[in-house]
Design a protein around this ligand. Sequence first.
Ligand code: CMP
Ligand code: CMP
Length: 318
Amino acid sequence: MNSLFRADNAPPPSRFNRRVSVCAEAFNPDEDEEDSEPRVVHPKTDEQRCRLQESCRDILLFKTLDQEQFSEVLDAMFELLVQPLEHVIDQGDDGDNFYVIERGVYDIVVMGVTVGQYDNKGSFGELALMYNTPRAATIVATQEGALWGLDRATFRRLIVKNNYKKRRMYETFIESVPLLKSLEANERMKIVDVLGSKQFPDGERIITQGEKAECFFIVESGEVKIMIKSKTKAGHADNAEVEITRCSRGHYFGELALVTNKPRAASAYAVGDVKCVVIDVQAFERLLGSCKEIMKRNIAHYEEQLVALFGSSMDLRD
Ligand code: CMP
Ligand code: CMP
């Protein structure tokens, strides 16, 4: 981490902000001492702010902030450049910053084993800051890259406080989702802490068949239509999309590609205005591992639907 350098040549805040000890501090943002800390502002050029805004556009943890909070977050972020093989985070360390990726590919290593990768998008480093635990993974840059850092105090003041509100908003909904019934209450809470919420207007495509998968969805309100283009054109000469099913409140979709490591098997569209809970692939792997068996069992049901529609089930499994 020491070899990381700030794009504005100032030393990374981590060198100064480092916490000396790691303790399992209780989660109570209403009593957070950091509320009184001064607001952090790292001045940026218009060009930097544009790049920062673009990098933060799809960051799920920012999705439930109001405009004022989001703008405070952007003000506090600082640019970091990384070199190939640099460790941005080392497992076991104290948490200093949260990071948003502008560019670069980063391996996620747990106990020496690579368990995943961030490919030019996403964010990491939220867990140690949210729960005051040691870093749960090592993050290694595989190539030259650029990151935006957010200091621990600002992260806790804005994101962790907001999570307290999120817990109140989503606790009952998440408890009602049939897929998540088998999880412990604290596991469901961890899902609430990292979820984002996205709205889609009528007709908008939420998932595109054939694309790489980055997240998983649960319908919060409205209806989602799943459409598929058959690879075998028999009976569908123009290869038009055919509706397979609809998902409503509490139903999930977009899990198949994450479970099979394949491209999206179908497309999903909003029918009327739709709101979905969105969970990124890394959180899905970390928090929904034990639900994968239920999801895998559902593949047989998908195959039956496809046989009924097209006469063959296509290649859904790995
Ligand atoms: P943190 O523990 O602060 O630092 C390491 C980060 O790696 C962690 O936050 C998450 O953001 C990220 N991460 C991605 N996948 C995993 C995983 N499977 N286990 C632990 N951390 C992970
Ligand atoms: P995924 O392949 O990630 O993206 C498209 C989603 O459509 C898929 O996950 C499933 O969640 C959903 N889906 C619903 N019915 C089917 C089906 N019969 N075949 C494939 N996908 C389906």
